[in-house]
Design a protein around this ligand. Sequence first.
Ligand code: WT7
Length: 651
Amino acid sequence: MSDDAAKTYPPSAEMAANAHVNAERYAQMYQASMDDPDGFWREQAARVDWIKPFSQVKDVDFTLGNVHINWYADGSLNVSANCVDRHLETRADQTAIIWEPDSPDEDAKHISYRELHSQTCKMANILRDMGVGKGDRVIIYMPMIPEAAYAMLACARIGAIHSIVFAGFSPDALAARVNGSEAKVVITADYAPRGGRATPLKTNADQALLHCSDSVKLLVVKRTGGQTTWVDGRDFDYNALAADAADTCEPEEMNAEDPLFILYTSGSTGQPKGVVHSTGGYLVYAAMTHEITFDYHEGDIYWCTADVGWVTGHSYIVYGPLANGATTLMFEGVPTYPDASRFWQVCEKHKVNQFYTAPTAIRALMGQGNDFVTKCDLSSIKVLGTVGEPINPEAWNWYNDVVGGGRCPIVDTWWQTETGGHLMTPLPGAHDMKPGAAMKPFFGIKPVVLEPTTAEELTANPAEGVLCIADSWPGQMRTVWGDHERFEKTYFADYPGYYFTGDGCKRDADGDYWITGRVDDVINVSGHRMGTAEVESALVAHAKVAEAAVVGYPHEIKGQGIYCYVTLMGGEEPSEELRLELRNWVRTEIGPIASPDLIQWAPGLPKTRSGKIMRRILRKIAENDYGALGDTSTLADPSVVDDLIENRMNR
Ligand code: WT7
């Protein structure tokens, strides 16, 4: 680590001179945010327009049994008015959203703030007519098309709580979220084109709704015009309705603490939990981090390649950028279609100034060679960003040298669905960068490194342990939908008085932070977060499977791959066909993102005498690091380990 700590890339003099935040200002603002959090966040709240001003800034308690998180709690505002209406006076004709379709042969769209306003209002009026009101839940299951942003903003406008389900999730996963949130309406599209293929979203939604209440309605946006079946009375044709809908709609006055959205995410146990984000604090935090982390300036073209189905798409495609009156690019496709030059061609075509993507995409593109990049003019790019998983130095260096031409700072943003926005990142004009380091806390964030077993705070440098946050910030999640107890147990029980992130971390001799990955049973596959427990329960739901244990293992492109140990029911024979069947089974149960990479037939799983599966051992074998299995003496039957090593899949 001392080597890592030595290799630094300072911001260019030009960047340091022009950035919103330089080193000196960072130090001064960070100190202010620690010394007087109330004063600091009172000032930052002026980033948004309030209908009714708040009196109290913060009311927070992290004590187990009494956890509550309130920011600006007696203020009121409307998020859609903040992201759209308030820009009409000064920038009605400015492009709010550049939409780049899956196929480069189809025309891009430039949606002005004026058009965004009328489209959002139309969608809001349609939803109201369908019976959606303040506090009702709406599921959004959409391709990356402008209507997905209209849908989010329309919900915010009428005070409905949206919950986006990534279009790569299966009908079963969709049904679970419709039911979990007791949604009134699902907004979807006929098809979702991606990488030259089209997912039949409407058909998926039809299947999902077989498992939901009859009262759930479906609002269908036409994307391809491909064939779908239609259920009269249940299905609503968005395009037909929008043609006649009024293009103004009064925004609902919302309390700062009213939920803005629910987003389901995986944990280490049980089913995905509905992360609840607020209206006021969330918007302030998304807007601030978007401007400062990416050093966004008036007139810049900003592109985040995420999908709105993930929190990155919420905070950094839609809410943060639009609250700031930015031009945000929305891309429907994938990095490798029609070829591995697509990202860079889009950057050139739209003169992108800030480009934000995931390490998994960088690794995949790096493998295709430099020509795909160097043939494009990337001189417009000023800042590069990454998110979702640790970035290995090799990928970082390629991103820096080949994509950034050595002139663009890279912001390695560490955060989570739960945090609403960036918690740690170097700032482009303020900090030296180290390849692979999340570097510095954002304003108001107080990271602490704890000794995992004693929970003792490690104050000296260097330090390594679990990462917790000592105090709240406005973008923090407020609860788990319908299960506040689970919220408290998951995040506030293990390390009393702190928010527990689930990540491990090192702080180097310079005091800079490096995220080392999850310390729980959450894995990160191509930047998609997954609970191993979810894949296990999908596997054991198959009639031929008796038992299953799932772990992550290092994967060159995906970061982590999904490694499954499967014990079959008595009498069932392992075969390649069965392997394929199980793979497809998991895809149907959860979605393609959960496809097992490796399935090993396990006659038995290593268990303690009390029957607990020893995952540590399974992880080691999957990592092909079985020389260091550690103590296996507590195993009920140590011989199963020999068989697992013998037949390991990752060699
Ligand atoms: C987990 C959160 C934040 C939006 C996308 C993922 C890992 C995220 C980084 C980073 C190292 C990272 C952590 C975290 N992670 N960003 N820059 N460096 N690890 O959100 O699906 O909620 O996943 O992703 O392990 O806990 P998420």
